[in-house]
Write a protein that binds this ligand. Structure first.
Ligand code: ADP
Ligand code: MG
Length: 486
């Protein structure tokens, strides 16, 4: 994900099939348990752990790495994160996602303390060294709080929106240049410790109330491809009975956290099953993590787990999620040749010549079309084995410079026939447009006979041409249904 379409360039998403495949790496870190308690999760060796559920039942899980309660911040960083950084110098995005239940050690692992710095400060220092004196590094820091995007470097800034195409970007998000590790820490640490929303719960004195995504953008030198290191400290799933959350605000926060983590689980499940439909659009979090999961990034899921017996259920859910994530495969995209492609920073007229980057206004229309498409597909998922057909088409009228996204003509025609049938059919079927409008339609029919075309509806008082179009669009999902057998 990039800070802004145009300002910082595009990360190479989405990935076309055919690029080199690389599986999402998964490591698990067990935090120290409460003294005097038998742990319910144990590290067996460098890659295996055991979960005890009940006195006689145990499951074993195998991951790319397992870090026990004695592992240091440096062990986790050097063992699993540091080896990914060289990909950035080659223009490949890298994502590290800390996932796990509340109070399992995600923020400790990513941020750490002054004495025991975590993944973020360590990665920043190495990145600056690795990138060399010619490199340009910048940082953006985004919080997803109750489905809103907050710029943690400028929290009072304008409302931010996430754009999906051609890469996931957040126009307007602050992108601060970083030259020295000390500059970064001065900027980042107060934002992470004070601006990020956190609250005391029964499980954690400073429980994160939203997902925090740090984006470090690196260009290794002039003409070299840019790449983004995403370091995400996700909020943990919350069981309100255990966290003691109460009050409208806390419950709304935990509701939003749990809903977005549910969406994340569905996305990972769909990717692991190789499902043709991946529900990225169900939450801001899944949209933002598109390149990390099922995209082009070299990705690492860092699952944090608490080993105490009272946390066994949450640990099991986190380990099952981690095991599913290990089945997700990302793919490289072709990188632009050196020095190719200046970024698209203008919002001028559409100039979609072959090879030119699409303009922001065209992208906005594409996004709207994509949103309509997703709504239609969600309402009518294709039958297993069905061949997916486009529902929205993008076209440009002859002699016209503007592109338009419109529903497929046959779907539009089917929706038109359906609405017309309704207008001329049983008066009870007209109730859907409201009683007053239904009465006016019936009055028109009594005076003029049946409607010969949908456009005649605009002659009925209370119906504008825009209302007719809206009615047509509302009937599009039904038009996707297979024709009834005669
Ligand atoms: P989360 O972000 O998953 O909700 P935190 O990272 O805030 O949880 O950790 C909860 C508490 O446990 C904090 O007080 C933190 O310092 C402590 N903690 C977590 N992991 C470790 C660890 N590996 N070693 C020592 N303390 C830890
Ligand atoms: Mg946290």
């Amino acid at each position: 994900m990039a800070a802004a379409a145009g300002a910082g360039g595009c990360s190479p998403t989405p990935s076309p099939p055919g690029g080199a495949a690389h599986r999402v790496q998964v490591c698990v870190r067990l935090r120290p348990g409460a003294p005097g308690q038998e742990p319910s999760v144990r590290r067996l060796d460098a890659r295996t752990l055991q979960l005890l559920h009940g006195p006689r039942r145990a499951s074993e899980y195998r991951f790319d790495a397992v870090y026990g309660p004695g592992a240091s911040q440096s062990d986790v960083y050097l063992g699993s994160v540091r080896p990914l950084l060289p990909h950035l110098a080659r223009g490949r995005n890298v994502s590290v996602l800390a996932y796990g239940p509340s109070a399992s050690g995600k923020t400790y692992t990513m941020l750490g303390t002054a004495e025991e710095p975590g993944v973020i400060p360590r990665a920043m220092r190495d990145l600056l060294q690795l990138a060399g004196p010619e490199a340009a590094v910048s940082a953006s820091y985004l919080e997803i709080y109750q489905e809103r995007l907050v710029d943690l470097f400028a929290p009072a800034g304008p409302t931010l929106r996430l754009r999906d195409a051609p890469a996931v970007t957040v126009p307007g998000l602050t992108e601060a240049p970083v030259r020295r590790a000390a500059d970064f820490e001065r900027l980042f640490l107060p934002a992470a410790r004070r601006r990020r929303r956190a609250a005391r719960t029964l499980l954690n004195a400073a429980s994160s109330r939203g997902h925090a995504l740090l984006l470090l953008r690196v260009t290794a030198g002039a003409g070299r491809p840019a790449a983004t290191l995403l370091l995400a400290d996700l909020a943990g799933a919350e069981d309100n009975r255990r966290t003691g959350n109460a009050g409208r605000r806390r419950l709304r926060e935990s509701g939003a956290i749990n809903a977005s983590l549910g969406a994340l689980r569905r996305v990972v499940g769909a990717l692991a099953r190789r499902s043709p439909r991946v529900p990225y659009r169900d939450s801001k979090l899944t949209r933002a993590l598109r390149d990390a999961l099922g995209g082009s990034a070299r990705a690492l899921l860092l699952a944090a787990v608490a080993p105490d017996p009272q946390d066994a259920r949450a640990a099991r859910a986190a380990l099952d999620f981690a095991a599913a994530a290990a089945g997700v495969v990302n793919r490289d995209v072709a990188l632009p040749p050196p020095d190719a492609g200046a970024d698209d920073t203008t919002d001028g007229p559409d100039t979609p010549e072959a090879g030119a980057p699409p303009s922001p206004s065209l992208l906005r229309r594409l996004e709207d079309a994509q949103e309509l498409l997703e709504k239609l597909k969600a309402k009518h998922p294709p039958a297993p084995g069905a061949v997916a057909e486009p529902v929205v088409v993008l076209q440009r009228r002859k002699g016209c410079r503007r592109w338009q996204a419109t529903p497929r003509p046959d779907l539009l025609a089917a929706a038109r026939r359906r609405v017309l049938r309704g207008l001329n059919g049983d008066p009870r079927g007209l109730r859907r447009v409201g009683a007053a409008r239904a009465r006016r339609i019936l009055a028109w029919r009594r005076r003029h006979g049946p409607f010969a075309s949908l456009e005649q509806l605009a002659q009925v008082p209370g119906f504008t041409a825009a209302a007719v179009t809206a009615l047509l669009e509302a009937n599009l999902p039904e038009a996707l249904e297979p024709p009834e057998s005669q």
